[in-house]
Design a protein around this ligand. Structure first.
Ligand SMILES: Cc1cc2nc3c(=O)[nH]c(=O)nc-3n(C[C@H](O)[C@H](O)[C@H](O)COP(=O)(O)OP(=O)(O)OC[C@H]3O[C@@H](n4cnc5c(N)ncnc54)[C@H](O)[C@@H]3O)c2cc1C
Length: 264
């Protein structure tokens, strides 16, 4: 690790103050990604601002047709939440299949979404459900948030405080996990929402994306066979030691059909 200063804050305002004016300062949430990155000397932050003591940032609220999850809520808490299981079971299922118990007990929804790892699960749920990312400065629609590999619309020092999910009519998430890490080789989240059908794919490309051909077909007919003939293009998909672009393209179709089947 390189040297850095460390501050544990107790409010979002304090955190924002510590981060302001220093583009090399970083917030730390669960530390599941950031700490290994520091250990490997892949990042050299000047300061770490620990959000662990900001009580307001953790928790789940259900208000009518909206589920709002605080940024510091762990994957384990989302997976175990009776309210999330009732309102958006697909989201609880997604959280329950992230990594291993240690990762689920430390990793947070805010950290996962801010990090925008190409193989992370939450970005698929956030995009398919048409969620809103709430920060200490503004509200950002999911469609405007994910910009590219590890890149989001967040400005330096801007903090996610919560994510609001509209409750869908139907939804499901299916992933083909990397057997070592459980990250998604390909994961597909399908949702029938008040704003229409949305299909989001993670793991396959440098960043999560919507599969518009499948959305159009599922809008006409919500059934696995409606997307039977739709082939995901290989162009721009990831090819690495885990899977080729061709294999990932094939998995998009398989996972999408399984997700529609599971959504019912
Ligand atoms: C072994 C292993 C297996 C994993 N498997 C999976 C998996 O199967 N699926 C999956 O989706 N993920 C997986 N993960 C990732 C994990 O789930 C965490 O979500 C992820 O590491 C980031 O969350 P965190 O709370 O640990 O964030 P941190 O590591 O603390 O931070 C990550 C980044 O987000 C920024 N950040 C954190 N919180 C905020 C905030 N509120 N506002 C703005 N920026 C913020 C930090 O500055 C940093 O840049 C795995 C991780 C490990 C180590």
């Amino acid at each position: 690790m390189y040297d850095f200063t460390y501050a544990r804050v107790s409010s979002v305002a304090d955190a924002a103050k510590q981060l302001k004016g220093d583009d090399d300062a970083k917030a730390v949430a669960g530390g599941m990604t950031l700490i290994p990155t520091l250990k490997l000397r892949l990042a050299k932050p000047s300061a770490l601002v620990d959000l662990g003591g900001v009580k307001d940032l953790a928790g789940i609220k259900v208000d009518g047709k909206t589920v709002t999850i605080g940024a510091m809520t762990t994957h384990g808490a989302v997976a175990a939440s009776a309210e999330v299981k009732k309102a958006i079971p697909a989201l609880a299922h997604l959280a329950a299949h992230i990594g291993d118990p240690a990762v689920r007990n430390r990793g947070t929804i805010g950290g996962s979404v801010a990090n925008n790892d190409p193989a992370a699960d939450y970005p698929a749920g956030v995009l398919a459900l048409g969620a809103t990312i709430v920060t200490n400065e503004r509200q950002i629609a999911a469609d405007d948030f994910f910009k590219g590999m590890f890149e989001t619309a967040l400005k330096p020092g801007e903090l996610i405080t919560a994510i609001s999910f509209p409750v869908p009519e139907k939804a499901a998430y299916m992933k083909f996990p990397n057997p070592a890490s459980r990250y998604a080789m390909v994961g597909v989240f399908v949702a029938k929402t008040a704003g229409g059908v949305r299909v989001a794919v993670t793991g396959a490309a440098p960043s999560v994306f919507r599969q518009k051909d499948m959305e159009a077909a599922l809008t006409k007919k919500w059934a696995p066979d409606a997307i039977e003939g739709i082939k995901q293009k290989q162009d721009g998909l990831n090819s690495d030691i885990h899977a080729s672009a061709e294999y990932r393209a094939h998995l998009v179709g398989v996972m999408a059909k399984r997700a529609v089947q599971a959504a019912g």
